[in-house]
Design a protein around this ligand. Structure first.
Ligand code: PA5
Length: 442
């Protein structure tokens, strides 16, 4: 399904460096599989592909069909792990342009605090039929809470009491403001399991409801994850590409390559990069440690970031997503005049040319001093995206443990929240407000 190719990494590392990490990789593997070590109460995602609430899974499909029948647009409100997974999967697997209103359009909100965005959004959906899925594990995150307050009012004004049938809540099974509201009003709810953190939650209702509503088979997505999980659970450093990927990242970090760039060659994967960046950034960037996860979309970014990667500071390596086949194939036509001198590639598919570019870039970057880990994936389809999600989640858990951090918490995210609450005058923050204002005023 997914195969690691190390040919363009080899000139920069030695096999024994990976072997020397074998003990740490084994401990990390054991931590994940036996649910031990730091963050062990957030390991529900490890078994999720085979151990999930089947009754809820079926309810997700029913709700998704209902949403598709009654709506032109599904608004998905959430931030971070409560949004990026669904967006990554939907973008990766959907047509690049809206299908003349035939397909449900999924629009995301609550992932920033732009008033312009919300006003433009409400104008855009004014005459459309809308359903809404608000997603927040804690139920208290400011960005989605504000967007939901505004868009709930919009829904109530548009649909009156019938809005209740169009609003779906994904949150904690028992606690939080959203759960309480759902109980009061009678909205249908879905659960973020206690033992699954936001950025590992795409294969729960968090991701599955919007993904299913977008018309993507969540059965196939899970099947891909199941297959990848089987491979993940085989602890053999020579055969387990997830362990190798996790190990090599740590080898490269120790060799002073502190930046990892995820490279894709399909614009539909732009948000897959974003999902991956959050997964690795929030899981590993702590205690003064971590690889900085960056992302580029080639070949577009070869004309912007390409220069730096080829020739700038030598502190980065690339992980390239190499899909053998994309959703569609298109060939380059023969042209009698050949003014553009492209006849030498006529008859080739664009994906063949794209992959040739990929190979040329890897060789050039190798010459320029940038190592590449190439992940070869058979096809850009639902099963392989499911597999890739599991691949990166498992690798992230392993890699974080090898790095010596808790890959399942995010203490640093709280600091900006505290300051924002204090400066906005939230009750209980008076002391902090005073100190911050002194600092702001010099
Ligand atoms: O990965 C995480 O835990 C975070 O990115 C959260 O998903 C994000 O902060 C949103 O939190 P919540 O779902 O509680 O609104």
């Amino acid at each position: 399904m997914i195969r690691i190719c190390e040919n363009h990494l080899r000139p920069f590392v030695k096999e024994h460096e990976l072997e020397q990490l074998a003990t740490q990789l084994a401990v990390a593997f054991d931590n994940l599989v036996e649910k031990k070590g730091p963050g062990n109460d957030f390991l529900g995602w490890v078994d999720l592909p085979v151990d999930y609430d089947q009754e809820e899974f079926e309810r997700i499909k029913i709700a998704a069909n209902k949403i598709r029948e009654q709506s032109d647009v599904l608004l998905v409100i959430g931030i971070g792990g409560s949004y990026l997974g669904a967006r990554a999967v939907i973008d990766a697997l959907s047509p690049s342009f809206p299908n003349n209103g035939q397909e449900l359009e999924v629009i995301f909100a609550g992932h920033q605090m732009s008033g312009d965005y919300l006003i433009d959004l409400m104008k855009y959906i004014e005459d459309k039929d809308v359903s809404l899925n608000v997603i927040s594990k804690s139920g208290t995150t400011t960005e989605p809470a504000i967007a939901f307050r505004i868009l709930r009012e919009f829904m109530d004004q548009k649909y009156g009491v019938d809005a209740q049938d169009r609003i779906f809540i994904t949150t904690d099974k028992a606690r939080g403001a959203l759960k309480e509201l759902a109980n009061q009003v009678g909205y249908e709810t879905f659960v973020v399991p206690d033992d699954v953190g936001g950025r590992y939650s795409v294969l729960t209702a968090v991701g599955l409801l919007p993904i299913a509503a977008a018309g993507i088979s969540i059965d196939e997505l899970m099947q891909g994850a199941v297959k990848q999980r089987e491979k993940a659970l085989n602890f053999n450093l020579e055969e387990n590409d997830i362990l190798r990927y996790a190990g090599w990242r740590n080898v490269l970090l120790r060799r002073n390559y502190p930046i990892e760039i995820l490279v894709n060659y399909e614009p539909s994967l732009m948000f897959f990069n974003e999902w991956w960046k959050q997964l690795y950034g929030e899981s590993e960037g702590k205690d003064g440690k971590g690889l900085f996860p960056a992302g580029v979309n080639f070949s577009s970014d070869l004309h912007s970031m390409g220069q730096f990667i080829q020739d700038g500071a030598r502190n980065m390596f690339e992980t390239v997503l190499d899909f053998k086949h994309t959703r569609n194939e298109i060939s380059i036509p023969q042209d009698e005049q050949n003014l553009d001198e492209l006849n030498y590639i006529s008859g080739k598919t664009l994906q063949e040319v794209n992959r040739t570019a990929l190979e040329g870039v890897m060789l050039a970057h190798e010459d320029g001093g940038t190592p590449t880990i190439r992940l070869e994936i058979e096809k850009l389809d639902t099963k392989h995206i499911g597999a890739l999600i599991y691949f990166f989640e498992f690798a992230c858990g392993i890699s974080g443990h090898v790095l010596g951090v808790n890959p399942f918490d995010q203490p640093g995210v709280e600091d900006y929240k505290r300051n924002m609450f204090a400066l906005l005058g939230k009750p209980g923050y008076e002391e902090v407000t005073k100190k911050l204002q002194e600092r702001l005023n010099g």
